[in-house]
Design a binder for this molecule. Structure first.
Ligand code: ZN
Length: 149
């Protein structure tokens, strides 16, 4: 019976994928593609292949309502993966924060920008650059020493 079918909603290298597995498998696959894009040339790893979205379930022929089922498109999965990656990199950078330049909004005291620097000289260079460009009526920038944020 069509209603009992656990629809296959697409193909991801390794096999056909059921609706319940699609999103995490797709994100997993996106991570592989990203890994390939980053180091595929250098390390000669194989291209991970391509994912395909089915419009109809190959088992029962039922039309796959991808939005109704909450299935991510490849682009959406990539965006989510990218956001996760940026978030984890951000928290990582925070933990081992070295030299940086912070820009504080005077009105709120809020750090609106934190620019990482390689070392003190680099930080001072960034600060000088900011000094020229900043709207001094609203913002103040200062060099931040490592581990003092
Ligand atoms: Zn089906």
């Amino acid at each position: 019976m069509a209603t009992d079918c656990d629809h296959l909603v697409g193909y991801i290298p390794g096999g056909e994928v059921k609706a319940g597995d699609w999103n995490w498998k797709l994100k997993d696959f996106v991570a592989q593609v990203d890994d390939f894009n980053v180091r595929g040339q250098r390390d000669q790893i194989n291209h991970p292949g391509f994912a395909a979205e089915f419009r109809f379930c190959p088992n029962c022929g039922h039309h796959i309502d991808r939005i109704g089922l909450g299935l991510l498109s490849y682009e959406e999965a990539f965006k989510q993966y990218d956001a996760d990656k940026t978030a984890s990199r951000g928290s990582h950078a925070m933990k081992k924060q070295g030299w940086a330049v912070k820009v504080v909004e005077d009105a709120t005291g809020e750090v609106v920008k934190l620019l990482p620097a390689r070392d003190q000289r680099d930080a001072e260079k960034i600060e000088r650059g900011l000094e020229i460009n900043l709207n001094h009526e609203k913002y103040t920038c200062s060099v931040v020493e490592p581990a003092k944020i």
